[in-house]
Design a protein around this ligand. Structure first.
Ligand code: PNW
Length: 481
């Protein structure tokens, strides 16, 4: 059969429909018209990509950078896939100008990146390393020269190894506040959007409870609750420090992978169940930040293991935010039931579909519910999707192409559901795709690729995948087609 284009196919279908429907009134829209079904985003909606320092920079030993807990962890045998480390990663420490051009070619107006704390403070506190700050200053200037607005995350898991006890120590929260003050004092003239931390659960629970992430400890519940408290306290102290050191108008938020509860059926009772589950399931992090206090049922549940809170902690933790950044990947289904809390979490059947990373179950309505639950419950002033994307078993064809149709499918579906949230008036300002390019995927090393640019880690060559071509069109048209 002769191959026909999508357009020709649509025309054929339309012609057939017109024939079969002779005498019957035709639908108002015409089949085969380009853009008839495009989902337009509002004017001014911001499109971007995200990365994180330890995942892309490399240059681990360069110019006085101190080690982070992730350097130590990745260099410990058995902790990461194949013993992979971020020593070189994408070598963005040297290739950042090339990376800015990738963004420019996509047409993105915003870029989310993080700072390696130990590149700027090799000891975590004390004497700053001028060359570390200079690197970030140059990256910021390069972005601005290309009309790309930097959004900076101050902490994306690479804690300076030198800080005694890491997040077990309250002094680390204080050190984070000081580091936030220093960074914003030096970049706040050019950077107007800051996120304090990225994904509390990944550097607290996964680092200190399950041990899957740095520093790889398995501590008891009371210690873990205290670590979580130090993490949200660090966020709060950083918000205060940023406000004190930047011009008014600077936007402060965080990037959080709050659990997204999706009602099994969209009806009032299940929606209410999703709201309840959202408050409870995110009690130790987002709920407490946005309410300025630990929920009573959380404290009761934790009993003697509840965190020790000092005077002033909750005021800092509850500091008002300009936006909430949500990293959204997967749904957690929930239903209303007769139990005391009024809901039941639905585990996924074993047949539930997932992407290349087994944890990455596919349910694109999660991006809608993630936004809706948070806005309905806490009435936050603005939302960014600070991460959304997927791994794919990408194959570089002999022709040098990467046809990542599963990633395009994932993204198209998520942006379709995000469009619903925007259309319903939820205050979503922008979207950052994770990730600009393949990079060091933490404990999975280089075995999982999340980029829309393929990276050959031997040559550092970056190649746009089909998904980059697709995203470029979304950005150009400000619409999903
Ligand atoms: C995020 N989960 O991590 C991180 O912010 C990125 O650094 C990371 O590369 C990206 O997502 C892809 O993994 C997550 O288990 C880790 O649901 C785990 C989960 C979600 C996000």
């Amino acid at each position: 059969m002769k191959a026909i284009t999508r357009r020709q196919f649509a025309k054929t279908v339309a012609a057939a429909a017109a024939t079969t429907c002779a005498g019957v009134s035709l639908p108002k829209f015409a089949f085969g018209q380009p853009h008839a079904a495009s989902l337009d985003y509002p004017k001014g909606f911001l499109w971007g990509c995200a990365t994180a320092s330890y995942q892309v920079e490399g240059g681990a030993q360069d110019d006085g950078r101190g080690p982070s807990v992730w350097d130590t962890f990745a260099h410990t045998p058995g902790k990461t896939f194949h013993g992979d480390t971020g020593d070189v990663a994408d070598d963005s420490y040297h290739l950042y100008k090339e990376d800015v051009q990738l963004l420019k070619n996509l047409g993105t107006g915003i870029y989310r990146m993080s700072i390696s704390w130990s590149r700027v403070f090799p000891q975590g506190t004390g004497q700053p390393n001028a060359k570390g700050l200079d690197y970030y200053s140059r990256v910021v200037d390069e972005l601005l020269a290309n009309n790309i607005t930097p959004y900076i995350t101050l902490f994306h898991w690479d804690l300076p190894q030198a800080l005694p006890g890491g997040w077990q120590s309250r002094d680390t929260s204080k050190a984070f506040g000081d580091y936030a003050a220093y960074m914003t004092k030096h970049l706040g003239d050019r950077v107007h959007h800051f996120m304090t931390t990225n994904e509390f659960v990944c550097f607290t629970d996964l680092g200190y409870k399950t041990g899957q992430f740095a520093p790889g400890l398995k501590l008891a519940d009371a210690a873990v609750n205290q670590i979580r408290h130090h993490a949200i306290l660090a966020h709060g102290l950083a918000v205060q420090a940023i406000r004190a050191n930047t011009p008014s108008g600077t936007q402060v938020g965080l990037a959080e992978n709050a659990i997204v509860y999706v009602p099994v059926i969209e009806s009032a009772e299940h929606i209410e169940a999703a709201h309840k589950a959202t408050r409870d399931g995110n009690a130790q992090f987002l709920t407490t930040l946005l309410e300025g206090k630990y929920p009573d049922n959380y404290l009761q549940h934790e009993g003697a293991n509840a965190p020790k809170v000092e005077a002033g902690d909750m005021k800092a933790i509850g500091s008002p935010l300009d936006f909430v950044g949500l990293n959204i990947y997967t749904p957690q289904y929930v239903r209303a039931d007769e139990s005391a809390n009024g809901y039941a979490i639905e585990p996924n059947p074993t047949s539930y579909p997932h992407m290349a990373s087994p944890w990455l179950t596919l349910g694109p309505e999660c991006i809608y519910w993630g936004v809706r639950n948070v806005c309905d419950i806490w009435k936050v002033p603005a939302i960014y999707i600070t991460e959304n994307g997927t791994s794919s078993d990408d194959v570089l064809t002999p022709a040098g192409r990467i046809e990542d149709v599963d990633r395009v499918m994932y993204l198209r579906n998520h942006l379709t559901h995000l469009h619903r949230a925007v259309t319903e008036g939820y205050p979503v300002k922008g979207y950052f795709l994770w990730s600009l390019m393949d990079n060091f995927e933490w404990a999975d090393g280089y075995s999982k690729r999340f980029g829309i640019h393929y990276v050959d880690f031997k040559t550092q060559k970056r190649t746009p995948k089909l998904s980059a071509e697709w995203y470029k069109q979304v950005i150009a048209k400000n619409a999903v087609e």
